[in-house]
Ligand binder design. Structure first.
Ligand SMILES: Cc1ncc(COP(=O)(O)O)c(C=O)c1O
Length: 394
């Protein structure tokens, strides 16, 4: 078959490969997943919202709808962006997408020509990188510290490469590290970005799951020049299965997104959009988010307790204030991948960190997820994992 060159650029996900290993070993405690805790899906409220939609708005829910999205949901999301994210916008700035993953794909289609450069944090979200691959993007990791992208390195890369088209960032509780950018770094970042002809894709699926520390405004709220394409999602604050997410961006970007979606899928799932809208208008989503924050904090604290008390002191770790992940750095020269089989053998799985880097990754890094296992499983799994690390880090 004469496939397009784009097919040669696709890369299998390293996470899937680990998941395959785990599936073949039942009983393994997995810190490898990237899923929200399904016990937190608000089943009763979702059932009621769903029945209301079928009984009262069925003809709209099962009919074709607007490509941009269900108008009342667009209004509601614009309102929420104003109130919660302090972003001045109207419904014209919002486009509903099938997960924020579709927002990432749309950004790639909109901005990437062959050989264009995407700057990413080091490390970054694999799905964001993979969304850009088919279009022939080249990737460049920007140095990243505890406060966000290192400004001097960002500026150097922007100065030296005039074909940088996208800067892809996850400033809140990043996947994979769990880090959040400081306010000052966000401001400095926007000051630099404003000097260049680039778009910033701000991916924010975890921002609302802050369980410690103070709210920090999004890049979009600091965006005076319409450079930020903000991606929000219901996947982590409600449930991922409905695949309802949204872009908040300049009207020009919204118009291109609409045209692209006409060719891609005509529109997002209309029924799911009405379910989300009904849920938002008849239930208390803010209270639900507080419930998520509480449980994730408990789980994160349980994991951190073992890291602080039981891990060899040579292992560095992030202590996230929200989100679903934390990040470990083993001593230089160690390879997390070669630890994985032994760890799974003993009953604990994790994701080696190297594949999260756009180019060459640090082999001594590990991503841990704390939302899928129960608190008991975290204690049990972290005990096993600590014992293993004590044996290998000598
Ligand atoms: C940083 C980041 N962006 C985007 C996504 C995709 O989310 P969605 O379910 O909204 O497509 C994920 C999923 O885990 C993610 O971690």
């Amino acid at each position: 078959m004469r496939y397009s060159i784009k097919m040669d650029r696709l890369k299998a996900s390293a996470i899937r490969a680990v998941q395959k290993k785990i599936v073949s070993k039942p009983g393994v405690i997995s810190f490898a997943a990237g899923l929200p805790d399904p016990d937190l899906f608000p089943m009763d409220d979702l059932r009621n919202a769903t029945l209301n939609v079928i009984d009262n708005k069925g003809k709209t829910a099962f009919q074709y709808g607007l490509t941009k999205g269900y108008a009342p949901l667009l209004e509601k999301l614009a309102e929420r962006m104003n109130e919660k994210e302090l972003v001045k916008c109207t419904k014209d700035n919002i486009t509903i997408t099938t997960g924020s993953q579709q927002g990432l794909s749309l950004a790639a289609m909109m901005f990437i020509d062959e050989g264009d450069i995407v700057l990413t944090e080091s490390p970054s979200y694999l799905g964001g990188i993979n969304a850009c691959r088919p279009y022939g993007a080249a990737f460049m990791g920007v140095d990243t510290d505890d406060e966000g992208m290192v400004i001097a390195d960002l500026e150097k890369k922007l100065k030296e490469n005039d074909n940088v088209k996208i800067i892809y960032v996850i400033p809140n509780f990043q996947n994979p590290t769990g880090k959040a950018w400081s306010y000052n770094r966000r401001k400095e970042f926007m000051e630099v970005v404003n000097k260049y002809d680039v778009v910033v894709v701000e991916d924010n699926p975890y921002g609302e799951i802050r369980f410690k520390g103070e709210f920090i405004p999004s890049l979009k709220s600091l965006d005076t020049e319409n450079k930020v394409m903000y991606l929000g999602s219901f996947s982590k604050i409600l449930c991922p299965g409905l695949r309802v997410a949204y872009i908040c961006a300049d009207i020009e970007i919204a118009n291109y997104a609409e045209k692209l979606k006409e060719g891609l899928d005509l529109q997002c799932n209309q029924f799911a959009q009405l379910q989300v809208y009904e849920y938002m208008t008849t239930c208390d989503i803010e209270k639900h988010i507080e419930k998520i924050q509480l449980l994730y904090k408990e789980k994160c604290d349980a994991m951190i307790e073992h890291i602080k008390n039981d891990f060899p002191k040579c292992i560095k770790y992030t202590d996230p204030e929200g989100g679903m992940f934390m990040w470990l750095e083993l001593p230089e020269g160690m390879d997390a991948n070669s630890l994985l089989d032994k760890s799974i053998e003993r009953g604990v799985a994790f994701i080696p960190g190297a594949p999260f880097y756009a180019n060459d990754g640090a082999k001594n890094t590990i991503r841990l997820n704390f939302t899928v296992p129960s608190v008991e499983e975290i204690h049990k799994g972290m005990k096993i994992f600590s014992d293993l690390l004590k044996e290998v880090c000598k």
